[in-house]
Design a protein around this ligand. Structure first.
Ligand code: ADP
Ligand code: MG
Length: 714
């Protein structure tokens, strides 16, 4: 079975060993099946013939029907080697110039390669279809390396739309031009189409009004017309997104049906004590998310929930109340943060929330003294410690819980995959419930895919009373005005963040920039009136903590830093965020940084300082920052500008499978449809054991759907 599909590309007529290597290296194509799954990324309408008189350099691609008038073989510097004379000294020829004409005018076709062959076939008096990009050269129009077809040779493209395939310079110089690629596809399809098996059940095709797979494959390469192309592309996109979602949802079904969750039927007195003493009302979004978490904990199945919420949306409160629910059922909990300062801050906040309760809470970080550690270990083992807050130190082997029921992981993207999975082993035989919190807003379509088998909760509402952060973008020429503004804010008792890009913390250049920047700030804000602290990745932990704490406690007016402050630190008194060389940051980073201010009662500002060398794309990012504060909107735009693979904060996780034709940025609506439809099918037949669903199971068994189990690593 499937003989042709698995055939090495080398044996396809027109390929051979050399081109096979090229196709493999440049496009990853090894078999005929790989080839026919390389789709055109756009199509050219070749239905029209342009009269030569209308050819202009601003036309993208034109098709002419013209007759050869004369040919000239030119040597170096344009000297004529030979004009229709014999014998020809091919070695001396650098290019072939062919003059063609139609009823409206004359034009030149130029060839630097394939000179001999083109010379021979482009005999004066014969008519051809020429296709290519016109350009102006020496005041005249020409086309370099046009595609040349005999007028009646329309058999290749069948329709009038010609696919354009991904290509590279190496492929083209290796002879695999667009036209050759079309020929290869045509040959491969002829061999493979009879073997293609429908991947979707009959009833799915009918339900969704989809064309068959062979029809779709034929028409994605050689569309009969634009309607057929649309049908083909819809079918292939739907299929791709559908199987992706089906595989993710199936894992979720398997897990949620497993009997492995720690049962937590109660809420308990500590939850109520804390809740009733809150100085504010929970937002509607916080309430909804707490209900979702409560339902998970009661379900008897293990919770794996991702909690997304913009900076300042109040995730900590949700984490604390979730912990108290687990504690109400006799379990212990932990909250893990990516940095020591954050862990300390969480610890301080949480202790405040816990005042009205009887719950014990402790902080464990790398710098916790041995004596304290021993006390913590003992309280963990005898069960008296309810919440352990900490850094990676929580993962050490000697940290043993009596009965860990819930693990909260803050700012998920800072943790490596292995570290997260270590938490699982700390449960009492059964893995703990897991709540992952992230402030990196991920567009819904991407969340559905990246975390397709996790449940996702979103806090999409800010606590009341938050003032918008006024954002502006300035050039270097306004630096002294900015310093003046900073002095005014400091005179009002506020604090200022100044962030420098240090994208690769090891890069000397970046560190130099930071140090120069720091010196400049110190000169502009000298002692004893001003105190400036500095934090960067090359400092020791003690140094970092010392300087950071000075700012958090209000002993320093200005904190100069790299993006180490990006995550979570809460300094309500800081009202100004200055981002230097802002054009070098990505959108999500800019958004995270801005989230550091606007946390207190005062009006806050974010000043994006750009350098002269700011590209158009970078300016777009800065403009968007000035236009909106909505993290999800920024994330959506970010994805549109850069494509989902590049989205910050998601590189580590990557996409579970690579998409061939569908796009997460463009096909969001179709993705939702495909997900809902996959859910319907699984609701009716969770194990896909219905005979009608045999094709689905067969497809899911393919290697590409062997997705890492995200529930176990997040
Ligand atoms: P996040 O971790 O999501 O960035 P935090 O949990 O640190 O946000 O909350 C930000 C600030 O908002 C904290 O000072 C917190 O006390 C406050 N806060 C949280 N929930 C509410 C609420 N419902 N009403 C008013 N203030 C709130
Ligand atoms: Mg937080």
């Amino acid at each position: 079975m499937a003989k042709e599909l698995d055939t090495s590309i080398q044996y396809l007529s027109g390929v051979g060993p050399k081109r096979a290597v090229l196709l493999q290296r440049e496009l990853g194509i090894e078999t005929l099946s790989d080839l026919i799954h390389l789709y055109p990324f756009r199509y050219i309408d070749r239905s029209g013939i342009t009269p030569i008189a209308q050819v202009a350099p601003d036309l993208a691609l034109v098709q002419l029907q013209a007759t050869v008038v004369s040919r000239a073989l030119l040597g170096p510097g344009g000297a004529i080697v030979s004009q229709d004379t014999n014998p020809i000294h091919w070695g001396a020829v650098k290019r072939l110039s062919v003059i063609v004409e139609d009823a409206t005018g004359r034009m030149e076709m130029v060839f630097f390669k394939g000179v001999k062959w083109n010379y021979q076939r482009l005999a004066p008096g014969s008519t051809f279809i020429f296709f290519g990009k016109p350009q102006e050269f020496g005041g005249r129009m020409n086309i370099v390396h046009p595609e040349v077809d005999a007028p009646q040779d329309g058999a290749l493209s069948q329709g009038t739309l010609t696919g354009v395939y991904p290509s590279t310079e190496k492929l083209r110089t290796g002879g695999i031009t667009g036209k050759v690629m079309c020929k290869l596809q045509s040959a491969a399809l002829a061999l493979c189409l009879p073997e293609i098996q429908e991947t979707l059940p009959e009833y799915v095709l009918r339900d969704r009004g989809l064309v068959s797979l062979p029809y779709a494959l034929r028409n994605i390469h050689f569309p009969k017309d634009s309607y057929a192309l649309q049908k083909a592309s819809y079918r292939l996109k739907f299929e791709e997104l559908f199987f992706l979602q089906l595989s993710l949802l199936k894992q979720k079904y398997v897990r949620s049906r497993g009997e492995r969750g720690l049962p937590m039927p109660k809420v308990g007195p500590d939850f109520h004590a804390c809740y009733n003493a809150l100085p504010y009302n929970l937002t509607g979004a916080q309430q909804r998310v707490i209900k979702e978490i409560r339902a998970d904990l009661m379900s008897g199945h293990q919770m794996n929930r991702l909690l997304q919420g913009d900076v300042g949306s109040g995730k900590t409160m949700v984490a604390v109340l979730s912990c108290l629910m687990a504690i109400g059922n006799g379990f212990q909990t932990c909250i893990m943060a990516p940095t020591e300062v954050l862990a300390q801050q969480h610890y301080a906040n949480i202790q405040k929330y816990l005042k009205p309760t009887a719950v014990q809470c402790a902080l464990l970080t790398g710098s916790t003294p041995q004596k304290e550690r021993r006390a913590i270990h003992a309280a963990l083992e005898d069960g008296s410690l309810g919440i352990l807050v900490g850094t990676h130190a929580l993962l050490e082997d000697n940290v043993v819980f009596r009965n860990l029921g819930l693990a909260v992981i803050d700012e998920q993207h800072r943790f490596g995959v292995e570290q997260r999975s270590k938490l699982w082993s700390k449960g009492p035989g059964i893995p703990p419930h897991v709540l992952v919190m992230t402030a990196t807003p991920i567009p819904r379509t991407l969340a559905m895919t990246l975390y397709g088998d996790l449940d996702v909760s979103v806090i999409d509402e800010m606590p009341p009373g938050r003032k918008p952060v006024q954002t502006m973008c300035i050039g270097q020429n306004r630096r002294s005005a900015m310093y003046k503004f900073m002095r005014e804010e400091i005179a009002r008792g506020r604090q200022v963040f100044v962030v420098f890009p240090l994208i690769f913390e090891s890069e000397k250049m970046d560190l130099q920039n930071l140090e120069q920047g720091y010196e400049e700030i110190v000169r502009a804000f000298p002692l004893p009136d001003y105190k400036v602290a500095i934090v960067h990745g090359q400092q020791s932990n003690e140094e970092k903590n010392f300087n950071m704490s000075a700012f958090v406690a209000g002993r320093a007016n200005i904190l100069v830093s790299t993006t180490v402050i990006e995550v979570g630190v809460d300094v309500p008194n800081a009202s100004v965020m200055v981002i230097e060389s802002a054009q070098r940051f990505g959108l999500s980073q800019l958004h995270q940084l801005r989230g550091r201010v606007g946390r207190g009662a005062e009006k806050s500002y974010c000043i994006l300082v750009k350098d002269v060398k700011t590209t158009k794309e970078a300016q777009q990012r800065l403009d968007l920052m000035c236009a909106t504060e909505d993290g999800f909107e920024i994330a959506e735009q970010d994805m549109k500008m850069r494509g989902p693979g590049d989205l910050e904060g998601t590189q580590q996780s990557g996409l579970p499978i690579s998409l061939n034709i569908a796009s997460l940025a463009k096909d969001g609506a179709l993705l939702s449809e495909a997900r809902a439809y996959a859910g319907q099918i699984l609701d009716a037949d969770p194990s896909l054991s219905d005979p009608r669903n045999v094709p689905l199971l067969r497809e899911l068994r393919k290697d590409k759907y062997e997705i890492k189990d995200y529930s176990k690593i997040s």
